[in-house]
Design a protein around this ligand. Structure first.
Ligand code: AMP
Ligand code: GLY
Length: 421
């Protein structure tokens, strides 16, 4: 089978890494990939989706997997399907679950899926009135995609009003903020769950916990994620069952009723409050770095899982997971998440320690290559993933590997998985 992965981050590297170990995968393409994915397959520098679909047809690509939300929201799946290609990911219509917070919240309300109490509006006075009824802090969200910056947790009513004003005027996020969601703050612990969906059936992966803040102890600004681990002991069978019956089933049924069945990865951002899972957000793709730690826990080949999901055969698939734990530690560049950093050479020591060689690996993300030298090109540069029989063992191995990787300005958290330890 020939497979193409769309995207260029650590998430796509992790998917490609799993595919590259699969004897059933003949050709592996990345579009556009990064400076390290060309070690796993071939990078394709085509950004136009029509042209990419033609390339996929010409090269006999049997399955395309889409990593990031951008191409999904832009309708890459619809374009590939119109060409008769098999592609794993939601349609443009289904991707609205991530592309519009207003759509998502209204969807949750319509289908009775538990979430924070909210209003959505494009009217400033309506927002102000609702803000006045809420206890502090107050959560304000821009409707559209804002690269992870569209959520404000306001510590005063004035701050919430100011955030709403800046969003609605277009000053904060342009058109992405012309509508807002204002909601109550939920106090609990946060989890990510991922369901691989084929429109009707789904496979739920082990629950993961991300670390969104830049600094140890969950301090500092929000980032795309500085590390993650799975499975988290914060989830028991009761919570898994509640998520399946109260969130995923009604979502799949609702999306069918709306005329846009959900195929792809449903990423459910949950807040567990008093044992009850409340849906904070949906994304329509894998999390990054969550994907990097979930891939190595899957014993069923990724190719088979994604292909069966893309061809509506999940009902006939039994998926098994390893009983190990995985911890991923992100190494970011010096000025992340504020500015781009100067490119810096990445040096990985020769890994002679058997424990790291066999139980840890690197997923490359923000990297380029220059005359065969791997360069950190900014943002989140790479993820060191450790596997083990316990979270502690997996974490120790991930950090041992981090100690072997060097580039100027490297930045990482030292407390990944602390909530579980
Ligand atoms: P979102 O993009 O909607 O996931 O929001 C980004 C982050 O803001 C989440 O990961 C949570 O940590 C936080 N957040 C969003 N909504 C709420 C809420 N209603 N209560 C508490 N925290 C929230
Ligand atoms: N790690 C969170 C995300 O990918 O959105």
């Amino acid at each position: 089978m020939n497979v193409m992965v769309i995207g260029s981050g650590g998430r796509e590297f992790a998917i490609g890494r799993a595919l590259s170990k699969d004897a059933m995968v003949q050709k592996l393409y990345f579009a556009p990939g990064n400076g390290a994915t060309d070690r796993l397959g071939e990078n394709v520098a085509i950004s136009d989706y029509e042209a990419l679909a033609l390339f996929a047809k010409e090269r006999g690509v049997d399955l395309t997997i889409v990593g990031p939300e951008g191409p999904l929201v832009d309708g890459v799946v619809d374009i590939f399907k119109a060409h008769g290609l098999t592609i794993f990911g939601p349609s443009k219509a289904a991707a609205r679950l991530e592309g519009s917070k207003v759509y998502m919240k209204n969807f949750l309300a319509k289908y009775g899926i538990p979430t924070a109490r909210y209003i959505e509006t494009d009217h400033i006075e309506t927002a102000y009135k609702f803000i006045a009824t809420l206890a502090l802090p107050v959560v304000v969200k821009a409707d559209g995609l804002c690269a992870g910056k569209g959520v404000i947790i306001a510590q005063s009513h004035d701050e919430a009003k100011k955030a709403v004003g800046e969003m609605l005027s277009g000053a904060a996020f342009g058109d992405a903020g012309r509508k807002v969601v204002v909601e109550e703050f939920l106090d609990g612990y946060e989890l990510s769950m991922f369901a691989i969906c084929d429109g009707e059936e789904f496979i739920l992966l082990p629950a993961a916990q991300d670390h969104k803040r830049l600094l140890d102890g969950d301090q500092g600004p929000n980032t795309g994620g500085m590390g993650a681990y799975a499975p988290t002991p914060l989830v028991d069978d009761v919570i898994y069952e509640k998520v399946k019956t109260r969130v995923i089933r009604p979502t799949l049924e609702g999306m069918r009723a709306e005329g846009c069945p959900f195929e792809g990865v449903l990423f459910i951002g949950l807040m567990i409050v008093g044992g009850e899972p409340l849906t904070l957000e949906f994304n329509v793709r894998f999390g990054d770095p969550e994907c990097e730690i979930l891939m190595p826990l899957m014993q069923t080949p990724a190719r088979e899982l994604f292909y069966k999901a893309a061809t509506k055969q999940l009902d006939a698939l039994h998926v098994s997971f390893s009983n190990q734990y995985a911890v991923g530690v992100v190494m970011a560049s010096r000025d992340y998440p504020y500015h781009n950093s100067m490119p810096a050479e990445i040096i990985v020591d020769e890994i002679i320690h058997e424990e790291i060689a066999e139980h840890a690996h690197i997923c490359f993300a923000g990297v380029g290559s220059q005359d065969g030298v791997l360069m950190a090109t900014g943002g989140r540069v790479l993820v060191c993933v450790g596997l083990g029989e316990s979270i502690r063992e997996a974490r120790d191995r991930a950090y041992m590997l981090c100690g072997q990787v060097h580039f100027a300005g490297k930045k990482l958290r030292s407390d990944i998985a602390y909530q579980a330890l």
